[in-house]
Design a protein around this ligand. Structure first.
Ligand SMILES: Cc1ncc(COP(=O)(O)O)c(C=O)c1O
Length: 444
C-alpha cells in the first residue's frame, strides 16, 4: 500500500468507473447486468450513482430473507466480534455445532450429519465422494440440462455442453439421462410430461454405464435449465430406480433449498427421502457457505482425512445461517408459498395473453417465463423455438425502463427468472409482473 492513500472500496463515483475496473482487472467470464451495487436492503438494490432497482433475482436466488436482513446481520456481527476462524474441523465451535444440529432437524427424512464447505459446487463434489465411499461404486448419473457447478467434478455432472467447451477432461464415469422438461420433451405428447423420462433412466443405466452406480444426482426443481418442475411421481420413480441399482439419491438443493420453493426444502414437495442433500446459496443469506447432509449410516462411511475444507463451516457464516433459518421459519416460507400461488395466476395470464410466452412454470418463489418465437419450431420439432434474443431484450428493457433486475436463464437462455428475496411484498411483485408485461408489449 502507498503511504498517501488508504485503500477504500467506496471511492468510485460512477457506475462506469466500477465497470471499467472490472473490465481491466476481473476475468471476463460472464456478462454482468452492469448495475454496480453500493448497498442493498430488502428487495432494493442501490447503485453507485444512487439509482434504485427492484431486485427479483436475489443475486441468483441467494438473499432469501432479504438483503441486509437485520437479524442475520446482527448474528454475523456478534460472531465476528467473538472469533472469525479457527478452522471448524480443527477447533470444534458452537455456531458450527448448533447449525449442524439445526440442519438435522429441518431437513427431510433421516438426514443427520453435515459437512460444511463454502459453495454449491464443493457441496456437490463432496456429496459424490461420500456416495462413492459409502457404496464402494464409481459411476454417477445426472440429468441432461441440469446444473451442478463449474469445478471439474460437478462440471462433469452439469448437463450443458456450453459450460464444458474447452474444459475437458472432467470427472470420468458420469452419464446423463433425460430431464423432466415436458415442454421440450420429444417423448411427451401434447407438451405435458408423462414421466417417460424417469423410465429413460433405466435405459441409460443399461446402455451407458457398467452398472457400478454410486449415485443419481438431481435438482428437485431444475434451476439453470429454466425452472423445470417435474411431473407428479417423477422424483419418486427416480429414487426407486436409484435404490434398485444400489445407488444413492443425491438431491441437489443448492438452488431450491432454504424456502425458495415454498417449502424449506423442495424435496418435501415429493414423497422422497434423499440419501444426501446438498445446500448453498440461500443457506446464510449471502455469506459464503455450502453443505451436504446425509443419513448417519451414509455419513459414517467417511473416515478421518477423507475430506476437509480450511474455510468450510466458518463460524460467522454458520451464525448467519442459524439466523436465516429462524427468519425463514418465522413465516417467510409460508409467505413465499402464498405469494407463489398468486404469481402462478399472474404469469399464467401472461402465457394466455402473449404468443411469445411459451410456458410459465414454478413453485413458491422460483418461477420461469419461457420466451419463444411462435413462428418457428424448436429443437426436435417440439414446441416453438426458444427466443434468447427476446429474453435479452426484455431483461435490458426491465433494467433501463423499469429499474427491475430480473434474471435470464434456461438451457436455451430464453427464460425470465422470478427468484426474488422471499420477503418481497405483493406490491413489489405486482410491479415486476406489470413491467414484464410492458416489456413484452414494447419489445416483442
Ligand atoms: C443446483 C445447483 N447446484 C450447484 C450450483 C453451484 O453453486 P456455486 O455457484 O455456489 O458453486 C448451482 C449454482 O447455480 C446450482 O443451481
Amino acid at each position: 500500500m502507498s503511504e498517501q492513500e488508504p485503500r477504500r472500496v467506496a471511492g468510485r463515483e460512477s457506475n462506469a468507473a466500477v465497470v471499467s475496473a472490472y473490465e481491466d482487472h476481473m476475468m471476463p467470464i460472464w456478462k454482468s447486468l452492469d448495475i454496480p451495487v453500493k448497498r442493498a436492503s430488502g428487495c432494493t438494490l442501490e447503485d453507485v450513482e444512487g439509482n434504485e432497482y427492484l431486485d427479483v433475482f436475489a443475486g441468483i436466488a441467494v438473499t432469501n430473507v432479504g438483503h441486509g436482513n437485520e437479524a442475520v446481520v446482527d448474528a454475523a456481527k456478534d460472531q465476528l466480534e467473538e472469533f472469525v476462524h479457527g478452522c471448524s474441523y480443527v477447533h470444534p465451535n458452537e455456531p458450527v455445532a448448533d447449525l449442524a444440529e439445526r440442519i438435522a432437524d429441518v431437513t427431510p427424512g433421516d438426514l443427520e450429519k453435515t459437512f460444511f464447505c463454502n459453495s454449491g459446487t464443493e457441496a456437490v463434489e463432496g456429496a459424490v465422494k461420500l456416495a462413492r465411499k459409502y457404496t464402494g461404486s464409481k459411476e454417477v448419473i445426472s440429468l441432461e440440462m441440469g446444473f451442478h457447478g463449474r469445478t471439474l467434478g460437478s462440471l462433469a455432472l452439469t448437463g450443458n455442453k456450453s459450460y464444458k467447451q474447452g474444459m475437458a477432461p472432467t470427472l470420468n464415469d458420469v452419464a446423463h439421462t433425460a430431464p423432466p422438461y415436458g415442454y421440450r420433451c420429444p417423448r411427451c405428447e401434447g407438451g405435458e410430461c408423462n414421466s417417460g423420462c424417469a423410465d429413460e433412466l433405466e435405459r441409460v443405466i443399461g446402455s451407458h454405464t457398467s452398472g457400478d452406480l454410486a449415485a443419481i444426482v438431481v435438482e428437485p426443481v431444475m434451476g439453470e435449465a429454466g425452472i423445470v418442475v417435474p411431473p407428479e411421481g417423477w422424483l419418486e420413480r427416480v429414487q426407486e430406480i436409484a435404490h434398485d441399482h444400489g445407488a444413492l439419491l443425491i438431491a441437489d438443493e443448492v438452488q431450491t433449498g432454504y424456502g425458495r420453493t415454498g417449502e424449506l426444502f423442495a424435496s418435501s414437495h415429493f414423497d422422497v427421502e434423499p440419501d444426501i442433500l446438498t445446500q448453498a446459496k440461500g443457506i446464510a443469506n449471502g455469506l459464503p457457505l455450502g453443505a451436504f447432509t446425509a443419513t448417519a449410516e451414509i455419513a459414517d462411511a467417511f473416515e478421518s482425512g477423507d475430506h476437509l475444507s480450511t474455510f468450510g463451516g466458518n463460524p460467522v457464516a454458520c451464525a448467519a445461517a442459524l439466523a436465516t433459518i429462524d427468519e425463514l421459519q418465522d413465516g417467510i416460507v409460508d409467505d413465499a408459498r402464498e405469494q407463489g400461488q398468486w404469481l402462478a395466476d399472474e404469469l399464467g395470464a401472461l402465457e394466455a395473453e402473449y404468443d411469445v410466452v411459451g410456458q410459465t412454470r414454478g413453485l413458491g418463489l422460483m418461477w420461469g417465463v419461457e420466451l419463444v418465437d411462435p413462428e418457428t419450431t424448436g429443437p426436435q420439432n417440439v414446441s416453438p423455438a426458444p427466443d434468447s434474443d427476446l429474453a435479452a431484450a426484455v431483461s435490458d428493457y426491465l433494467r433501463d425502463e423499469s429499474n427491475v433486475v430480473m434474471g435470464v436463464g434456461g438451457y436455451y437462455k430464453n427464460v425470465m427468472r422470478f427468484q426474488p428475496p422471499l420477503t418481497i411484498s405483493r406490491d413489489q411483485l405486482q410491479y415486476a409482473v406489470d413491467e414484464l408485461r410492458a416489456a413484452l408489449e414494447t419489445v416483442a
